[in-house]
Design a binder for this molecule. Structure first.
Ligand code: PLP
Length: 1003
C-alpha cells in the first residue's frame, strides 16, 4: 500500500537539475510552488554546468570557488536571511506567491492626496509611455550608451530631453540628467566654485532662504566637505561681495514668484555665478531663468510624467551657458557624424566616464537617471509646447480658483504672484489643527509655520479636489458667516473671478520646443510608433548579453519589475508622514536586514542614489567618525591606481587628499607600496578605498592584511561594492575587514540600468559607524550624530527597492550563493574558451578569474593595426554589445558574463570573439588589407551592405552575417562608425536641424 510519498517530487532546484543542493526532500519543500525562480534566473542547467566545469578543468562549482576565493576570507556559515512575514520560512516562495505578497505590502501604504510640493508633484504618466518605456525591457535593460552605434534610439530620446531642458530654461546647453534636484544644486555650487576667479575661490556660496529645505541641506553637506561657507538669507538685500555663487528658487519653495532679474543682476555685478532652481512646468508660462540672467538652472523633471515613487527615481536637469559647457557635471549627448558622413549621436567629451576627472574632479556623477529623463522627454514630445502650456494653465487656473476661494474665506495669501503653490496664513488657527483635519480626509498639507500652511496643486488635481480643499479650509475660516461665504464659493464663480494672467515681469514671451520632434506625435498611434522606432535602434538585453565588465548586466526579471506599475508603491510623496508608508517601512526593514547579513554589517542607509553617491556618503561617514574622535585632521585617502574614476572623485568631494597606491604586474594592490604609504601618512590617514574583488577581476589574497595595515595606521576601509556579485553568500566585506561599503543595487541586486540610470547605492556600515548615517531635514532618518543629507529624498529612489526585495526573496540564501558561484563559473568558462585565442590578463593565485576577466588586445595594434575599438565595433556585426572597453587597462576588453546567461549565449559570444580573432590574424598575415577590412569598417549598416556599390575586398555576407546564427537575430546598427573627434570639436547638444535627419523623418 502506498503512503503517498511516491507522488512527491524533489524540491524545485536552483537550476533545472536534480543534483542541486537547494532544499531537503521534506514534503513541504517537495510540494513547493512550481513557479520557483532561481532556475529562471540562473542561465544554465546541470548538464550545461557539468560541460562548463569540464572545459574549466575542475570537478565542481565548490572546488572552483575554493580555487579562486582565498580560504581565509570565506564565510564560515551559510548565509542566513530573516524570513518574511506572510511567507513560509522553510521553503522558497513561487513567483506568483511573492508578487501577491508584494501587492499586499503595497496596500499597507496609504495613498493620501498629497499637496506637499517641495519639488514632488502628482503627474499623469501617459499610459503609452508607461507601457512602452517604463514597463518595456527594450528601454530599461540597457547600460549607459558606451557603444553609440547601437544606442541611437536612446541617444535621440536623451537629445530630446536636453533640448527640452535647454528650451524651457532659456539656457543653451543641458546635460542628460542628474540624480535629483538637491544634488543638482550641489553640483551647480561645485561648478560655480570651479569656474570662480582666484579672488573668489575662498568665498561663500549664498543660498536664498526661500529654497526647498532638502536642497539647502544637501548643499550644506557638500559644501561642508569642501570647507565652503554656505550663507543663507534674502538675496535681494544680502551683500554678495565675497560670494562666488548664489542659489535662488523660482518659484520659491512656498510658491512665490519673485522678480529675479534685479537679484541676478546684482550677482553679476559682484562677479557671482547664479544658479536658479526651477520648475519645468511653470517655465512653460513663466520667463525662463536664462532670459533673466542666470548662469545655471537646475531642478527636477519628475512632474513630466514620472510617478512620485516615495522619492524616486526621477531625472534632475542641469542647464548652463556655453562658456561653462566643458565644466558641466554628468553626461552630455552630442551630435556628430558617422563614417558615411550621416548625422549620428553619442556621449560627448568622453569615452568611459572620462568626464569624471579623478582627483581633479568637481563631480563624481556616473550613473544618472537616463530612463526617467527619457520618459520626461517623451512626455514633452507627446504633449508638445501647446499641450504643456495647456497643462500648466490648467494647474495654474485651479490654483488661482482655490486662492480666490481662500481669500473669500478670509485667509491671507502671500502678496506675490504664484504658479501652483499657495502660502496660506491661517490667521488664528494652528497649522497642526488644520493638518489633523486634513489627515482625517486623507489629505497631506505642508506646515510652513505655526499658523501658515502651504499647498501645491498639480496635473492630477481635479475640480472636485479643489472643492474638497475649500470645504476643509472653510471649517477654519476667519471670515464671519460661513453660510454667506459658502454662497460665494461655487467653483465656477471662483474660476471666473480668478486672475490667471501673469503680470510682468513673469510672463513668458519666448517660444520653446519649436523643433519638429515636439510637433509630430500627438496621437497615440504616432507616439507608439515613434518610441518603437527608437527602441528598435538599440541593443538591449532583449537581444543578447551585454558583457560589460564591472556593470553586472544580469537578468532584470519581470516579477521584479511589476511593483513599479502599482499605485501603492508609486503614488506616495516622499515627505508624506511615515506612518502612512507602512508597506515601505516593511520593505526597508526586510531588505535592509538582508543586505546587512549579505555584507556582514550592522546598519544601512538607503539614501544614496547611485554607487558614486554611496562612495561620497561612506567617506563622509568616515570623516564624521574621525571628527567625533577629535581627529578632524585625518584627511588622506589611499586609492589604488586601478580604482574606478568615481573613487578619487568622491574622495575629493569629501574633502580628502588622494594618495594613489601602485598595483603590481599581476594587477594586485602592491602591498609594500600600500604599507609604506599608509605608514607615511599614518598621522593623517582617513581611509582606503578598495574594490573587491579587484577591478582586474581577481580576489586578492592579501585583502585581510591590507585592511589590517589601514586600521593599524588609524584609517578605516571603504569597500567599493560594485563587484559584490562575486561574493554574495561566499564572503562578506564586514568579515574581512571593511568598515563601510556601498552596494550598486543596479548591478548585483537586479535593478535594471535603464540605459544609464536609475540606480541605488545604499551604504552598509559596521557598528562603530552607525551614529553617523545621513539625516534628513524633513523626515527623521539616520544616526544621532549623522552627517547631513546626501540626496533629496530620505530613502533615495525608494520605489525601485521593490526590485531588489523581490530578487532576494525569490532567490533565498542558497539561490543567491548559487548565483555567485555561477557568475564565477561563467567567467572562468569564457576565459578558458578564449585562452588559446587571446591573452587573459590577471588571474588569482589559483590561476582562476573571479566573475569577470580582461582580454588583452594591445598586441594586435602592432601586428595588425587593430585596436580595442575595432573589435568592439566588429562585435556589433555579430549582434553583440562589446565588453567594457579600455578600462581598467587601456587597450583591453573586460568581460562580465553574470550568472544569468546561458551556456549557449556564452558560446555564441566566444565564437564571435574567436571569429574576430581569425580576421585579426588574416590582417596580421597580410591576407587581409590593413585599412580596408571588416574590423576597420565595422559596424556595417544595412544601407552600406545593400548599397549598389560594394568596393571592399571581403563579401557583403562576411560584413553583415559573419556567423550562421546571426541570421536569426540580426540587429542592424543604425549608423556607421561614429567620429568622436568631430563631435567633440563641434560640440552640439540639442536636436539637430530637421535637414540632418533626412527626408520624411517627422512626417
Ligand atoms: C568599480 C566601480 N565603482 C563605482 C562605480 C560607480 O557606480 P555608479 O555608476 O552607480 O555611480 C562603478 C560604475 O560602473 C564601478 O564599476
Amino acid at each position: 500500500m502506498s503512503d503517498g510519498t511516491e507522488l512527491l517530487e524533489p524540491p524545485a532546484p536552483a537550476r533545472d537539475d536534480e543534483t542541486s543542493a537547494v532544499g531537503g526532500a521534506s514534503p513541504r519543500a517537495a510540494l513547493a510552488p512550481s513557479d520557483s525562480f532561481p532556475r529562471r534566473h540562473l542561465g544554465s542547467n546541470a548538464e550545461e554546468v557539468a560541460a562548463m566545469l569540464e572545459v574549466v578543468g575542475t570537478p565542481s562549482l565548490d572546488v572552483l570557488v575554493d580555487e579562486e576565493i582565498p580560504r581565509a576570507i570565506r564565510m564560515d556559515a551559510p548565509l542566513s536571511l530573516s524570513p518574511l512575514a506572510g511567507l513560509p520560512a522553510d521553503r522558497l516562495p513561487g513567483e506568483r506567491e511573492l508578487v501577491a505578497r508584494l501587492a499586499a505590502m503595497a496596500e499597507e501604504n496609504q495613498r493620501f492626496r498629497s499637496y506637499l510640493g517641495m519639488g514632488y508633484y502628482g503627474t499623469v504618466t501617459p499610459p503609452v509611455i508607461q507601457r512602452n518605456v517604463l514597463e518595456s525591457p527594450g528601454w530599461y535593460t540597457q547600460y549607459t550608451p558606451y557603444q553609440a552605434e547601437i544606442s541611437q534610439g536612446r541617444l535621440e530620446a536623451l537629445l530630446n530631453y536636453q533640448t527640452m531642458v535647454a528650451d524651457l530654461t532659456g539656457l543653451p546647453v543641458a546635460n542628460a540628467s542628474l540624480l535629483d534636484e538637491a544634488t543638482a544644486a550641489a553640483e551647480a555650487m561645485s561648478m560655480c566654485l570651479a569656474v570662480a576667479k582666484k579672488d573668489k575661490a575662498d568665498g561663500a556660496f549664498f543660498v536664498a532662504d526661500h529654497c526647498h529645505p532638502q536642497t539647502l541641506a544637501v548643499v550644506e553637506t557638500r559644501a561642508g566637505a569642501l570647507g565652503v561657507e554656505v550663507r543663507v538669507g534674502d538675496p535681494a538685500t544680502a551683500d554678495l561681495a565675497d560670494c562666488f555663487g548664489l542659489l535662488v528658487q523660482y518659484p520659491t519653495s512656498d510658491g512665490r514668484l519673485l522678480d529675479l532679474e534685479p537679484i541676478l543682476a546684482r550677482a553679476r555685478e559682484a562677479d557671482v555665478r547664479s544658479v536658479v532652481a526651477t520648475d519645468l512646468l511653470a517655465l512653460t508660462l513663466l520667463r525662463p531663468p536664462g532670459e533673466m540672467g542666470a548662469d545655471v538652472a537646475v531642478g527636477s523633471a519628475q512632474r513630466f510624467g514620472v510617478p512620485l515613487g516615495y522619492g524616486g527615481p526621477h531625472a534632475a536637469f542641469f542647464a548652463t551657458r556655453e562658456e561653462y559647457e566643458r565644466k558641466m557635471p554628468g553626461r552630455i549627448i552630442g551630435v556628430s557624424r558617422d563614417a558615411q558622413g550621416d548625422t549620428a549621436l553619442r556621449m560627448a567629451l568622453q569615452t568611459r566616464e572620462q568626464h569624471i576627472r579623478r582627483e581633479k574632479a568637481t563631480s563624481n556623477i556616473c550613473t544618472a537617471q537616463v530612463l526617467l529623463a527619457i520618459m520626461a522627454g517623451f512626455y514633452a514630445v507627446y504633449h508638445g509646447p501647446d499641450g504643456l502650456r495647456r497643462i500648466a494653465r490648467r494647474v495654474h487656473h485651479l490654483t488661482a480658483a482655490l486662492a480666490e476661494g481662500l481669500r473669500r474665506l478670509g485667509f491671507r495669501l502671500a502678496d506675490e504672484p504664484f504658479f501652483d503653490t499657495l502660502r496660506v496664513d491661517l490667521a488664528g488657527t494652528s497649522a497642526a489643527e488644520l493638518l489633523t483635519a486634513a489627515e482625517a480626509r486623507r489629505i497631506n498639507l505642508r506646515a510652513l509655520d505655526e499658523e501658515v500652511v502651504g499647498l501645491s496643486l498639480d496635473e492630477a488635481t481635479t475640480v472636485e479636489e479643489v472643492e474638497t480643499l475649500l470645504d476643509l479650509f472653510a471649517a477654519f475660516a476667519p471670515s464671519a458667516g460661513v453660510t454667506e461665504v459658502n454662497a460665494s464659493l461655487g467653483f465656477d464663480d471662483l474660476a471666473r473671478a480668478a486672475a490667471v494672467a501673469f503680470p510682468a515681469p513673469h510672463a513668458r514671451s519666448s517660444d520653446f520646443l519649436t523643433h519638429p520632434v515636439f510637433h509630430s506625435f500627438r496621437t497615440e498611434h504616432e507616439m507608439l510608433r515613434y518610441m518603437k522606432r527608437l527602441e528598435s535602434r538599440d541593443l538591449s538585453l532583449c537581444h543578447s548579453m551585454i558583457p560589460l565588465g564591472s556593470c553586472t548586466m544580469k537578468l532584470n526579471a519581470t516579477s521584479e519589475m511589476l511593483g513599479l506599475s502599482w499605485p501603492g508603491w508609486m503614488d506616495l510623496h516622499p515627505f508624506a508622514p511615515p506612518e502612512q508608508a507602512s508597506g515601505y517601512r516593511e520593505l526597508f526593514d526586510s531588505l535592509g536586514a538582508w543586505l546587512n547579513e549579505i555584507t556582514g554589517f550592522a546598519g544601512i542607509s538607503f539614501m544614496p542614489n547611485a554607487g558614486s553617491q554611496g562612495e561620497f556618503t561612506g567617506l563622509m561617514v568616515i570623516r564624521a567618525y574621525h571628527r567625533d574622535r577629535g581627529e578632524a585632521h585625518r584627511n588622506v585617502c589611499l586609492i589604488p591606481v586601478s580604482a574606478h574614476g568615481t573613487n578619487p572623485a568622491s574622495a575629493v568631494m569629501a574633502g580628502m587628499k588622494v594618495v594613489t597606491v601602485k598595483c603590481d604586474e599581476r594587477g594586485d594592490i602592491d602591498v609594500a607600496d600600500l604599507t609604506a604609504k599608509a605608514e607615511e601618512h599614518a598621522d593623517r590617514l582617513a581611509a582606503l578605498m578598495v574594490t573587491y574583488p579587484s577591478t582586474h577581476g581577481v580576489f586578492e589574497g592579501a585583502i585581510r592584511d591590507i585592511c589590517d595595515v589601514i586600521h593599524r595606521c588609524g584609517g578605516l576601509v571603504y569597500l567599493d561594492g560594485a563587484n559584490l556579485n562575486a561574493q554574495v553568500g561566499l564572503c562578506r566585506p564586514g568579515d574581512y575587514g571593511a568598515d563601510v561599503c556601498h552596494l550598486n543595487l543596479h548591478k548585483t541586486f537586479c535593478i535594471p540600468h535603464g540605459g544609464g540610470g536609475p540606480g541605488m547605492g545604499p551604504i552598509c556600515v559596521a557598528e562603530h559607524l552607525l551614529p553617523y548615517l545621513p539625516t534628513h531635514p524633513v523626515v527623521a532618518v539616520g544616526g544621532e550624530k549623522g552627517i547631513g543629507p546626501v540626496a533629496a529624498a530620505p530613502w533615495g529612489s525608494a520605489s525601485i527597492l521593490t526590485i531588489s526585495w523581490v530578487y532576494v526573496a525569490l532567490m533565498g540564501a542558497e539561490g543567491l550563493t548559487e548565483a555567485s558561484k555561477m557568475a564565477i563559473l561563467n567567467a572562468n568558462y569564457m576565459a578558458c574558451r578564449l585562452a588559446g585565442h587571446y591573452d587573459v590578463l590577471y588571474t588569482g593565485e589559483g590561476g582562476r578569474v573571479a566573475h569577470e576577466f580582461i582580454l588583452d588586445l594591445r598586441p594586435f595594434k602592432a601586428s595588425a593595426g587593430v585596436e580595442a575599438e575595432d573589435v568592439a565595433k566588429r562585435l556589433m556585426d555579430f549582434g553583440f554589445h562589446a565588453p567594457t572597453m579600455s578600462w581598467p587597462v587601456p587597450g583591453t576588453l573586460m568581460v562580465e558574463p553574470t550568472e544569468s546567461e546561458s551556456k549557449g549565449e556564452l558560446d555564441r559570444l566566444c565564437e564571435a570573439l574567436i571569429a574576430i580573432r581569425r580576421e585579426i590574424q588574416e590582417i596580421a598575415d597580410g591576407r587581409m588589407d590593413r585599412e580596408d577590412n571588416p574590423l576597420k569598417n565595422a559596424p556595417h549598416t544595412a544601407a552600406v551592405v545593400t548599397a549598389d556599390e560594394w568596393t571592399h575586398p571581403y563579401t557583403r555576407r562576411q560584413a553583415a552575417y559573419p556567423a550562421p546564427w546571426v541570421r536569426e537575430r540580426k540587429l542592424w546598427p543604425a549608423v556607421g562608425r561614429i567620429d568622436n573627434v568631430y563631435g567633440d570639436r563641434n560640440l552640439f547638444c540639442a536636436c539637430p536641424p530637421i535637414e540632418a535627419y533626412g527626408e520624411g523623418a517627422f512626417d
